[in-house]
Design a protein around this ligand. Structure first.
Ligand SMILES: NC(=O)c1ccc[n+]([C@@H]2O[C@H](COP(=O)([O-])OP(=O)(O)OC[C@H]3O[C@@H](n4cnc5c(N)ncnc54)[C@H](O)[C@@H]3O)[C@@H](O)[C@H]2O)c1
Length: 389
């Protein structure tokens, strides 16, 4: 069996539909009200764009008007593949001078997100960014401040708070079904991307690529982290990838992160690029309990992953067997974030996804790096609205 996850195989496994979650008003933010559709520009036409482009196209409120990639043939190929009828550009500067648009969707190498998102905001565009929205918390916070100053919105992936399974676990916790909360665990790993070097280069790594999902889920369910401790390592010092051949691995490919959520609640996330899993990136048939939350009266275990949720087991009885509940995905798919926030701009509603939460997770990642390097517990300064639902 091939232990590597090819891009093609991954893409075969990760297609599906979309869902909604719209709450309060977005007054005060700039969007032309007369407009029928939100005009979107996608930057980065690699692997993940194969999930984003069709999902954005599935919305009657969104129109993709621009596609951009520094490998311009990729933008052109995606334009053709998805019959987008968009203008294509070889760099962000050309795109910002090109056809007008309202929101940029950033799907490039992780290390590029911060500077690209800043350019878009400075040019008066809303932003949805794949994770991480910047390379550091400070850079991300500066982006949010800039967006506020310019009456624009910026959001960052992931969209895990949108799933019905997240809502179910949140309800169990908020209604006290689990009793006094104590401990939680999240895990996500596979044998690592094979297509691009950036996953292994500085400011890449398994935390911003994979652990970010569990960190988002656990902080959203248990509350913002007050402090973080971590051990990170590089298991494989070299990788061979499609775009650059053999490269030196500079970012962690193995991470264990502890978060203190206050009130005695501690959670643990482990993620990495050396986790054998016969399902690979496929989660549709995944039976792994990737998120487990324990209180003194019950526990919940998420089946599948928080980005592809297959159900939740609730175990809260001394006499009854554990119950498999919340198996309906309700249309939730991990690639829906840009579509949902885009629709919220047009509908003037507030999406469940919250940028302060994305920034908090970015601070957790940075704190984990600092903790591993120094052996210290790192206090957190950021927070977000909790509970999120
Ligand atoms: N691949 C996935 O399935 C997946 C899933 C979820 C999230 N993500 C996230 O999506 C992002 C992209 O991942 P990917 O797997 O699609 O990578 P990729 O390497 O397949 O694609 C990235 C693309 O961005 C382009 N690019 C890089 N710098 C650019 C710049 N300055 N301007 C314009 N284009 C630029 C590259 O040429 C490349 O085509 C990452 O943040 C990743 O963590 C990926």
């Amino acid at each position: 069996m091939n232990n590597n996850i090819s891009r093609k195989k991954f893409l075969q496994y990760t297609a599906s539909a979309g869902a909604a979650a719209l709450l309060s008003s977005l007054e005060g933010f700039a969007i032309e009200t007369k407009q029928q559709k939100l005009r979107v520009a996608v930057i980065g036409c690699g692997s993940v764009s194969n999930r984003y482009i069709p999902h954005l196209q599935s919305s009657s409120l969104i129109e993709i008007v621009s596609l951009c990639d520094i490998k311009p043939e990729r933008a052109e190929a995606q334009n053709k593949q998805y019959n987008a009828g968009a203008k294509t550009y070889p760099n962000i500067d050309a795109m910002l001078k090109g056809v007008p648009f309202d929101m940029m969707v950033t799907l490039t190498d992780m290390q590029q997100h911060g500077q690209l998102n800043k350019k878009a905001l400075l040019a008066g565009k809303h932003v949805w960014s794949e994770k991480p929205m910047a390379n550091t918390y400070a850079e991300g916070k500066a982006l949010l401040d800039l967006a506020k100053q310019k009456k624009l919105r910026i959001w960052g992936a992931p969209a895990v708070v949108n799933s019905p399974q997240f809502a179910f676990m949140n309800k169990c916790i908020q209604e006290g079904k689990l009793g006094k909360l104590a401990s939680a665990h999240g895990q996500y790993g596979h044998t690592g991307p094979t297509w691009s070097a950036f996953f292994y280069e500085k400011d890449g790594g398994s935390m911003p690529d994979l652990g970010v999902y569990n960190m988002a889920t656990l902080t959203a369910l248990l509350g913002p982290a007050k402090s973080v401790m971590a051990m990170l390592s590089i298991v494989k010092p070299e990788r061979t990838v499609d775009d650059k051949g053999t490269v030196k691995v500079e970012a962690e490919d193995n991470a264990h992160v502890l978060m203190d959520h206050g009130n005695g609640v501690i959670s643990h996330v482990m993620c990495g690029f050396n986790f054998f899993d016969p399902h690979g990136h496929e989660a549709g048939n995944q039976t792994l309990h990737s998120i487990q939350i324990f209180g003194d009266k019950g526990n919940v275990r998420l089946i599948g992953y928080d980005w592809e949720t297959n159900g939740v087991i609730l175990d809260d009885s001394w006499n009854e067997p554990p119950k498999l509940l919340s198996t309906d995905k309700g249309g939730y798919v991990w690639q829906e974030g840009a579509t949902k926030v885009g629709e919220s701009l047009i509908n003037k509603t507030e999406p469940t996804i919250n940028v302060e939460h994305a920034l908090h997770v970015l601070e957790v990642i940075e704190a984990a790096r600092k903790s591993s390097a120094t052996g210290m517990k790192i206090p957190m300064k950021s927070t977000f609205k909790y509970p999120v639902l």
